[in-house]
Design a binder for this molecule. Structure first.
Ligand code: 1CP
Length: 334
């Protein structure tokens, strides 16, 4: 059994596995080199040679315990027939959604489009003994992108997104089944662990978390449990509701963001393995500042099943040497 599974499934706390969200990405010059020649981001995610190569790039440089597949959460809206484009400096732009088209999309149509993704997993699996992490967006976060058609960073209105209750209900059901199915196919292709990113859970009013975040995630976990791969959940930004998330959803592992007090969550998680937490902005500080913060997490979670990671993705301006520096601190922790 490899390191992440050992920590999550066996709750082994004698070793702290390490990987980084967005470890394959814009902070790496070798990624930017490939990206420059591949303007169409979706096409790049479906190019199994290049995407498997990008997935392995961080493992060539750093002593990490896992490879996260190079893909994107917005492959799901793309798979359901919505146009998805990434414009330079603007983030994702989604096309008009056609409710009927989305709702009648069959699993077979999605498989046909996603075949290269499962091929990437198989290729990566053949090339590394490390854990291979598959991932997906959570229904709520995907719904936000599909209906908002651009990043909610730019503009977001909860009442606008949830205005048409019937449409939202139907879309969430479709997303639950598509996400559960995509997780299953990734596990079949060889993914050892799956992470569900609910990057915009923090936009939900507290009273609506159950309906839009907890319940859809619970339903997905129920459907994929029998396939045996542990699931890490990352309901970013839900603050004190991390405690309810742990007791209601009971994920195999909970990924915390940088607003979560690590000492508090250690008490609230009820023994559920914890991942992450460190603010990615800390990695832009000097070495003494970085070491202090990394060691804070290592000390707090000493003796608790913990996976070292950040509280969100690696920022594009992070120096690759910093990732190496942090990895060495974690590795040398006794
Ligand atoms: O060159 C570029 O401009 C592309 C940048 C890029 C990359 C490298 C995007 C566009 N996606 C990715 C890959 C990616 N996305 C990975 C695999 C690589 C790895 O982690 O090593 C993963 C796991 C994601 C997940 C993802 N995509 C999330 C969830 C995590 C998070 O950051 O909260 C989200 C929200 C997205 C949407 C997305 N895709 C890309 C961008 C810039 C965004 C964010 C848009 C926004 O700000 O709303």
């Amino acid at each position: 059994m490899n390191k992440l599974s050992e920590c999550i499934i066996n709750k082994n706390s004698s070793f702290i596995p390490i990987w980084f969200m967005r470890q394959a990405g814009r902070y790496l010059p070798e990624f930017r080199e490939i990206r420059k020649k591949n303007i169409d981001f979706i096409k790049l995610c479906l190019n199994s040679d290049l995407a498997s190569k990008i997935t392995l790039q961080p493992l060539k440089r750093f002593d990490l315990d896992a490879a996260i597949i190079f893909s994107d959460i917005l492959m799901i809206p793309y798979g359901l027939g919505q146009k998805v484009e990434f414009k330079k400096g603007e983030g994702p732009i989604l096309g008009k959604y056609n409710e009927k088209k989305i709702l009648i999309t069959q699993e077979a149509d999605v498989i046909k489009k996603f075949k290269p993704i499962y091929k990437i997993i198989k290729k990566v699996k053949n090339k590394t003994k490390k854990n291979v992490i598959g991932f997906t967006g959570a229904p709520w976060t995907l719904l936000v992108y599909m209906l908002n058609k651009e990043s909610p960073k730019k503009n977001f209105d909860f009442n606008f997104i949830t205005k048409d209750k019937l449409l939202v209900k139907k879309l969430l059901e479709k997303l639950v089944s598509t996400v559960a199915f995509h997780i299953t196919k990734q596990i079949e292709a060889g993914a050892d662990v799956i992470q569900i990113f609910d990057s915009w859970a923090g936009l939900l009013p507290k009273k609506d978390l159950t309906e839009y975040c907890f319940n859809p995630t619970l339903e997905i976990l129920k459907r994929v449990k029998k396939f045996g791969a542990p699931i890490i959940c990352f309901p970013k930004g839900i603050k004190e509701s991390y405690s309810d998330f742990c007791s209601i959803v009971k994920p195999d592992c909970i990924s915390i963001d940088y607003e979560v007090d690590p000492l508090w969550i250690k008490k609230e998680a009820n023994g559920i393995p914890i991942q992450g937490g460190l603010d990615p902005k800390i990695l832009l500080k000097d070495r003494a500042g970085i070491k202090k913060e990394v060691e804070k997490y290592l000390n707090i979670f000493s003796g608790y099943p913990y996976i070292f990671n950040l509280g969100h993705g690696v920022l594009p301006e992070t120096k690759p040497e910093t990732i190496e520096y942090v990895t060495n601190i974690v590795r040398n922790k006794k």
